[in-house]
Design a protein around this ligand. Structure first.
Ligand code: FAD
Length: 445
């Protein structure tokens, strides 16, 4: 007899933005058996919006987090194969001591391999290494017919590239095989620069991308005029064995936000105070030092449940990419519109993206990505609509993993690849058995 492979709880489900929907999920250690007939698989729920949420309260949703076995790990080649529910945190803990690291990491390690493929996550090294899907060598999937099959860049490539960044809509990812990157040490050599304004920031970002494998930065988007876009640019690379401390980086003690802050706690005044403090904390204009990898890659993970800071109303993240061809003027226009609409908050991250990858619906394209958290208010829909209009005019697009408010017509306008994606989805799921709240909102099914 199989050990208890499932647990089932009736609840409301939510993404990281904490906007609840009615539904329940089954958590399983036997993903292959229990994914049969599921409307959707979800991992650690770190997508902000409704991509991992049920379209209907009685849709069968399977949580993969307990299906997290490592199936094969070769510390000489850096090739790893694991069940889709393996958390990146656990993969890092296994592979870093052997000198290997995920080729691409998002800004949190509390994501699953399945979620990383479905979102085709990008990281601070996108300009050098592209998205996660570009390093995936094979997937084992259950498609809507119930069949379990293998796919990869050379086997069923059309299904594979639609699954990479396809938000779980082409089938259930059961296993992921990925080629990791060799690292010379587990520490990061980082350089931070304080920059006075948006033009300075964008110039430093472009220049940094030429010299550094990893760049990212925070900007103050609450200030208007001259100081709009002042920020802190962080560039990094893996420290060499000579530079790195001899010890392995320890696990920083996690803090936890134990309750919801009241809705009013994050307001213009507290957000401005936070921004000024953060900016002036970097007293030295340039600083170079060795950094703990978690502090470099995952600063927000230091406080578990930090999403409660936005209060019970919940929040969303607006993330778009503005193409390089639209130039710095488009970034200026976006930031000015954002502050004028009152959408700005303390968390505003600007990154450089390299060329578009092969994932049919993958988010990045060559240009500048801007991500900003927003508490949900009566104005949020209007703000997102206006930002989307500007992004569409500039030839950009939004990131589905963060989205909760984009309208179907706007998504279609910003996504010339949509018909191709929907045709592939139709081929593999003609009865539309696999769906999410997001797919129904944006595609109608
Ligand atoms: C603090 C923070 C920082 C982040 N930084 C970044 C960043 O820098 N770059 C970036 O790209 N993203 C970033 N993200 C977003 C995050 O990486 C993605 O949303 C990721 O997909 C979350 O993984 P998950 O396991 O939590 O998936 P979930 O949120 O549970 O699901 C996300 C999507 O994947 C699908 N899915 C999950 N598992 C499977 C499976 N086994 N088979 C089929 N479909 C599946 C779901 O249906 C859903 O559509 C960040 C999120 C947070 C909270």
């Amino acid at each position: 007899m199989r050990p208890m492979s499932r647990s089932r709880a009736a609840l409301t489900l939510a993404g990281w933005g904490r906007v609840p929907v009615a539904g329940h999920e089954i958590s399983t250690t036997d993903l292959t058996a229990d994914s049969r007939g599921a409307a959707l698989l979800r991992g650690l729920g770190r997508s902000y919006g409704d991509s991992s949420l049920p379209a209907h309260a009685d849709d069968r949703i399977v949580n993969t987090c307990r299906a997290a076995r490592v199936i094969a790990w070769d510390a000489t080649t850096g090739r790893l194969r694991a069940e889709a529910g393996l958390a990146l945190a656990d993969m890092n803990a296994l592979t870093m001591p052997a000198g290997w690291f995920t080729p691409v990491t998002p800004g949190t390690k509390f994501v699953t391999l399945g979620g990383m493929v479905a979102s085709d996550v990008h990281g601070k090294n996108h300009h050098r290494d592209g998205c996660f899907g570009g390093h995936v060598t094979a997937l084992r999937m259950r498609v809507a017919s119930g069949d379990v099959l293998a796919c990869g860049p050379a086997i069923e490539p059309e299904l594979f590239w639609a699954t990479v960044g396809g938000m779980g809509l082409t089938g259930h990812i059961l296993e992921v095989e990925v080629q990791l990157h060799r690292i010379p040490s587990p520490w990061i050599w980082t350089e931070t620069s304080r920059v006075d304004d948006l033009d300075g920031y964008l110039a430093a970002l472009a220049e940094g991308a030429l010299r550094w494998p990893m760049t990212v930065g925070w900007i103050d988007c609450l200030n208007r005029g001259r100081r709009l876009g002042r920020g802190i640019l962080m560039a990094g690379r893996w420290a060499t064995a000579d530079e790195a401390p001899a010890r392995f980086p320890g696990n920083p003690w996690p803090l936890r936000l134990p309750f919801d802050l009241p809705n009013w706690a994050l307001n213009d005044l507290t957000a401005s105070a936070f921004n000024s403090l953060y900016y002036w904390r970097h007293l030295q204009r340039h600083r170079a030092h060795i950094q703990h990898p978690d502090a470099f890659f995952y600063p927000l993970d230091r406080i578990l449940d930090w999403n409660r800071a936005y209060g019970p109303r919940g929040f969303t993240q607006y993330q778009c990419v503005l193409p390089r061809a639209a130039g710095p003027a488009a970034v200026h226009e976006f930031m000015e519109l954002l502050t004028r609409l009152g959408g700005a908050s303390p968390l505003c991250v600007i990154k450089d993206c390299g060329p578009e990858g092969q994932g049919v619906l993958s988010f990045p394209l060559e240009g500048t990505s801007v991500a900003v958290d927003m508490a949900i208010t009566a104005d949020t829909q209007r703000i997102v609509d206006e930002l989307n209009a500007m992004v569409i005019a500039a030839g950009g697009r939004i990131y589905l993993s963060k989205d909760l408010f984009t309208r179907a017509a706007d998504f279609r306008r910003m996504e010339p690849r949509l018909d191709r994606f929907l045709a592939i989805r139709e081929r593999w799921d003609p009865t539309h058995a696999i769906r999410s709240a997001q797919s129904v909102r944006l595609f109608g099914y």
